[in-house]
Design a protein around this ligand. Structure first.
Ligand code: M6R
Length: 602
């Protein structure tokens, strides 16, 4: 195993902590449940009571942890954690909290301590767990950390990232906290109790506002209150942020999965986004002067957000006639950009705003002195805080690992942005707000029965292919990703014109082909490819706005004249189909195997 991979085991975890008047221990565990969506494979908690640390750790679901705890037990000071492993064994020993040798300290940690092996060499006692976090727990004991100042100083020679919470058996009702690169938040409710979390979603039904830790900030929270420090040991004053009202709608709303609920949120989400952009006059600062400040646009993202970036690049090319391209964040960070001036506008797209690769790319662009727009669904995310201009994707909380409503809202935001700038450049007045509102009424109008039927065939498929041209090819890529991650069916995506250059060799009787043919000028080309595949026995489904094909069997038809908006209409049925097929296969599409919602490591 590579060293880097060993670090990665501790990376996309969830943290919660509580300090306050007596509460049922299950209160904290229920908060941990709100972080389930991030993906995890073990969970644990530790509490401080009468000068002793009590803890429990369990491999598997949070319910295993909950069942290990006496349901009447109560806490006043406790921390808990979900751990998501990518490599190495999922064991109780490797689960958090990690305790020091004499169980003086317990810590939960999200992030990567990059120099943990060096730090470990200096320890007298070698922790049983081979994780980086265990080293930090042991160090706190061996360094005789007593005060918050000692605690902060102990991180001077620690490199890497952390969001962490620590309790010590000699520090009654006290939690020490620290943050570098990994997210950490704290909220105080009106009763004066504190809740700590790695995602403010946990503050739902607790407080109305919260503090967000910035890099290299630390805090001590105890019965006397909360004090923040910087790494120079100075006390700092921080401003509170209001809790996003969108959290109020968090829940499955009667759907069996978050993914299905989020698909059916799409119409509303698109409308909400328009209302938000209008009321907040989001585009007002993006005036003629701004337009003239760049001559190139580079859009950057990962996974689904990369596909949104690719479509966004097409919008900029086609609407503004400007050189625009998209790049995977993970590729961009390792390719020295060939930019000889700062006239490149960067647009970073990320649902979570915490994707490590995207953040890494943003940091490079900032060094180039380029203007960086960040398009994100999470306004308290690192990306939102680091961008020069933040465009909100007002999709509401997206819980399912498979991104759905965030994607359609990303496309709508990018379309509105390009159209707004196009209006300035081309001295026209296209009402993109109205266009999106009209579109939002159509987005869920696909024939569910037709797709339910299709999913019953698809569930037994081993392989399928999505084809399209230009914008439709990008939709094909996103469709293929969605199907793959939710059904584990091996699917590929190809430009339709490429079939005959190789992939056709794989087409045989019964091969499933999905053709996206929504661009009027190019439909005929994709339909030709469909014919080539059908002639070789493929079962083809066509998604199209071609009226001529409207009544044909195996056609999913959309009536929409604006070709830029068709990628929003054509992806929604595939999202639905993927979710249905996933459920038929007995897979939980909210948490596909091996995937996490927010990929906070490179
Ligand atoms: O939070 P981000 O948008 O930055 O996440 C990027 C990708 O990890 C994400 O889109 C991933 O591909 C999804 N699972 C796709 O459904």
């Amino acid at each position: 195993m590579h060293k880097a991979n060993r670090f990665r085991r501790e990376s996309m975890c969830g943290i919660v902590g509580f300090l306050g008047k007596k509460r049922k221990t299950t209160f904290l565990i229920d908060k941990l449940n709100l972080l389930e969506y991030r993906g995890y494979d073990s969970a644990g908690y530790a509490e401080l009571s009468e000068g002793k640390i009590y803890y429990s750790k369990k491999v598997g679901r949070i319910i295993n942890l909950k069942e290990s705890i006496n349901e009447d037990s109560e806490i006043t000071c406790a921390i808990a954690h979900t751990r998501w492993a990518t490599h190495g064994k999922v064991t109780e020993t490797n689960s958090h909290p990690h305790l020091s040798k004499t169980e003086e300290w317990a810590i939960v940690h999200n992030g990567i301590i990059e120099n943990y092996e060096v730090l470990k060499k200096n320890l007298k006692f070698s922790p049983k767990s081979d994780t980086d976090t265990a080293v930090i727990a042991e160090r706190l004991e061996e360094l005789n950390i007593n005060t918050i100042e000692d605690f902060i100083k102990s991180f001077d020679d620690v490199s890497g990232s952390f969001g962490l919470a620590a309790i010590c058996k000699t520090k009654k009702n006290t939690i020490f906290l620290g943050k570098r690169k990994s997210p950490l938040f704290i909220s105080q409710n009106k009763e004066g109790d504190f809740l700590i979390a790695s995602d403010p979603i946990c503050f739902k039904d607790f407080g109305t506002d919260y503090y967000c830790f910035e890099d290299n900030e630390f805090a001590e929270v105890n019965e006397n209150g909360l004090t923040f420090y910087n790494s120079n040991l100075n006390i700092i004053k921080k401003r509170k942020a209001r809790l996003d009202s969108l959290f109020k709608s968090y829940g499955k709303n009667g759907y069996s999965t978050f993914m299905m609920k989020e698909i059916f949120d799409e119409s509303e989400a698109l409308k909400n986004q328009v209302a938000y952009y209008k009321s907040q006059k989001i585009f007002e600062p993006l005036n003629k002067e701004f337009l003239e400040s760049f001559n190139k646009v580079k859009l950057i993202g990962c996974g689904t957000a990369y596909h949104a970036s690719e479509i966004g690049a097409k919008y900029f090319q086609k609407i503004l006639n400007i050189d625009a391209s998209a790049e995977y964040a993970s590729e961009f960070i390792y390719n020295e950009p060939l930019l000889d001036n700062n006239k490149t506008l960067f647009i970073f797209v990320s649902q979570s705003g915490e994707t490590a690769d995207t953040l890494g790319a943003l940091k490079i662009a900032k060094k180039l002195n380029s203007t960086c727009i960040c398009l994100t669904n999470v306004m308290y995310s690192s990306l939102a805080r680091l961008g020069d201009i933040v465009l909100p994707v007002a999709a509401g909380v997206e819980v399912a690992v498979a991104s759905t409503k965030a994607y359609t809202c990303q496309l709508s935001a990018l379309y509105m942005l390009a159209s707004h700038l196009g209006n300035i450049k081309n001295r026209r007045n296209i009402n993109y707000f109205d266009e999106i509102i009209k579109l939002s009424d159509k987005v869920l109008k696909f024939d569910k029965e037709q797709l339910n039927k299709l999913s019953s065939f698809l569930k037994d498929c081993n392989e399928c292919i999505f084809i399209g041209k230009d914008l439709d090819f990008i939709t094909a890529k996103e469709a293929s990703l969605k199907l793959k991650e939710t059904t584990y069916i091996n699917s590929s995506s190809y430009p339709s014109g490429e079939l005959k250059h190789g992939y056709l060799a794989l087409i045989e009787e019964g091969t499933r082909v999905f053709a996206i043919a929504c661009e009027k000028k190019l439909n005929i080309k994709t339909i030709n490819s469909v014919k080539e595949a059908a002639a070789r026995g493929a079962d083809v489904t066509i998604l199209t706005n071609d009226e001529g094909l409207k009544n044909e069997e195996n056609v999913i038809y959309f009536s929409e004249e604006n070709e830029f908006l068709l990628p929003i209409l054509s992806i929604a049925p595939i999202q639905y189909l993927s979710c249905k097929t996933s459920l038929l296969k007995g897979i939980n599409p909210d948490q596909p195997r091996n995937l996490a919602k927010s990929v906070t490591v490179e």
